[in-house]
Design a protein around this ligand. Structure first.
Ligand SMILES: [Zn+2]
Length: 586
């Protein structure tokens, strides 16, 4: 076994054929060669904004700038991720400098050639390096380097912004040494700080070895995996999206506004359920505000200071809903890149709203039932059960009873969820609430879009009261938000801004005396135009209306007469006349 020991400076190369064991105590006289050859490689390229180190473009920057970046990263993503980012950045520059070593000192000893790294590290202003021990055995695959570091810029930066540390902080320096040594020898090497000045003492002490010589090599290698930071940022981004959705929903949900009788009877039921643990099922058409009711129930409950989590079962594809609800372990399926808790776990202690419950697949229903029965969840791909205390509120716009009959919904789950059903009324049944709701939404959206709006015109309010609202409160919200955006600053929102697609004749109008009246004349004008253009004529129109009315009522003359605003005998008389025209012989 051939071992090179570089112990006592450039002239003290030992060739030993036995296992090297002389360096129990580091020698203080182990010195570096002159760095004049390296200093000659630095060129300030006048006039074109570049600095060169041989063929590498360099940057002379303030350590304060880099320190600032380091501190900001620590505060944003935390120490473990910042550490790795700096280690990898250091690794990349170490690799570059290693390429120079062989070029610059082609005929030098291994130690002298290797010393290019520590010496460039010093020239570049990162740290003062004193080699204490250098062992390299090509055939045996052995490397051990022990270095003393003084003046580490990272220690200075860390102490300035964070004070003394319990962990070593010379991340970029360690990365540099690892990258340099790996590239220099052509095999992976890692360094550790045995002591860091940031933890006490007056200098840092580092030790480097080849990868296979470290017992904890896997943990060391993990620091240089490039995507760990990106993965972390990806996770953070999806968490932020979820939180933002929840916060926005919270804002928009606002208070429950209304004073109509139908609304109040639903609200009373909600108030009585709030202090209990009863399973509430919210039913009602799409857009009636079931989520708003659920949030109000949560806020009135003893769980108010715990999380409220909402899941829309219809918005997630079948294969995702289970991981979303119950969580997932890393590697449970292709694409499960990290372990993630489900909504049940996140709602622990609080309330979970399962919206559009009727859309849940049968396998997911079975799992949900088990969670409700046992109070325990198991993540996808996991083996452990996790105890959760969650109040579940189910909401649906479909008829679950019919879904049970059709076999699309489990009856046992239905009975568990529907102990206490509350029907949230559609907006058309809450006509008295429309003005209050519209006014609340106008204030909300004016603030949100930073606009000053005077209010609604009477025509707008009247049209809103008579509109059937198939999309319920959500439709009202959408129309008012659009109205706020379209209305001029300081103006009132008028009906055509809210309902641009309704025909002109559908709006009431203000007559020349300033009174509000229904635009009947517009409607008649339309019918007149239609009659003329169709070539029907008045008699044919009247006959056609009568026949259509009788046909629709299924021959029930009394009903048809009511529809047309006639008495039954009046209708009978006209029908008779019609028939005599059609069949003159009768
Ligand atoms: Zn240190």
């Amino acid at each position: 076994m051939m071992i090179f020991g570089f112990l006592f400076g450039r002239w003290s190369i030992l060739f030993l054929s036995i296992k090297f064991s002389l360096m129990a105590t580091p020698s203080p006289s182990m010195s570096l060669p002159s760095d004049a050859d390296l200093r000659r490689l630095i060129h300030f390229s006048v006039g074109d904004g570049r600095i060169w180190l041989a063929g590498q473009r360099m940057l002379l920057m303030h350590t304060a700038g880099l320190a600032n970046l380091r501190t900001e990263l620590i505060r944003t993503v935390g120490i473990p991720h910042t550490r790795r980012v700096f280690m990898r950045a250091g690794f990349a520059s170490g690799e570059r400098d290693a390429a120079l070593a062989r070029e610059v000192r082609p005929h030098a000893t291994v130690f002298e050639a290797f010393a290019v790294g520590p010496q460039l590290h010093m020239l570049e202003g990162a740290v003062q390096v004193t080699p204490l021990r250098f062992e390299f055995d090509q055939e045996g695959g052995h490397y051990l380097g022990i270095y003393r570091w003084d003046q580490s810029w990272e220690v200075d930066a860390h102490l300035r912004d964070f004070g003394p540390s319990s962990e070593p902080v010379c991340w970029m320096l360690l990365g540099y040494a690892s990258g340099y040594t790996s590239a220099f020898f052509g095999r992976r090497a890692y360094y550790k700080e045995v002591n860091c000045r940031a933890c006490g003492g007056d200098h840092c002490l580092t030790e480097g070895r080849f990868e296979h010589e470290w017992p904890d090599r896997e943990a060391l290698a993990e620091d240089y995996v490039a995507d760990s930071m990106l993965r972390h940022l990806g996770d953070l981004r999806s968490q932020i999206d979820t939180l933002r959705n929840e916060i926005e929903a919270e804002d928009e949900s606002g208070p429950l506004v209304g004073s109509s009788a139908t609304f109040h009877s639903a609200l009373d039921l909600l108030k009585k359920a709030a202090p209990t643990r009863v399973a509430v099922l919210l039913t009602g058409e799409t857009g009636v505000g079931k989520e708003r009711f659920a949030r109000t129930l949560h806020r009135m409950s003893p769980r108010a200071d715990k999380p409220f989590i909402a899941v829309n079962c219809a918005a997630l594809p079948g294969e995702l809903i289970e991981s979303e609800l119950f969580g997932v372990e890393k590697g449970a399926y292709t694409g499960a890149t990290g372990t993630r808790p489900g909504r049940f776990e996140r709602a622990d202690g609080g309330t979970l709203l399962l919206d559009e419950m009727g859309e849940l697949s049968l396998p997911a229903q079975a799992k949900l039932l088990r969670v409700l029965q046992t109070g325990e969840v198991e993540r996808l791909g996991g083996t452990q059960t996790i105890k959760v205390d969650v109040r579940v509120i189910a909401a649906t716009h479909v008829d679950l009873v019919a879904a049970v009959e059709a076999g699309r919904f489990r009856s046992d789950l239905f009975y568990r969820l529907s102990v206490y059903p509350i029907r949230v009324p559609p907006l058309r049944d809450r006509q008295d609430d429309i003005e209050a709701l519209a006014t609340y939404l106008l204030q909300y959206f004016s603030a949100r879009h930073d606009k000053r709006i005077a209010g609604f015109t009477d025509l707008a309010l009247d049209t809103m009261r008579h509109y059937p609202w198939p999309g319920n409160v959500r439709e009202l919200e959408n129309l008012i938000e659009r109205g706020v955006i379209l209305a001029g600053s300081g103006q009132s929102i008028d009906a055509p801004l809210l309902f641009p697609t309704l025909p002109k004749g559908a709006f009431n109008t203000v007559n020349p005396h300033g009174k509000l009246e229904h635009a009947g004349s517009d409607l008649l004008a339309s019918i007149f135009d239609l009659t003329i253009h169709s070539g029907l004529g008045l008699s044919a129109l009247e006959d056609g209306l009568i026949q259509e009315s009788v046909r629709r009522s299924g021959g029930n003359l009394a009903a048809a007469a009511r529809e047309l605003g006639l008495t039954r005998p009046q209708l009978a008389y006209r029908l008779q006349r019609l028939q005599s025209i059609a069949d003159p012989q009768a």
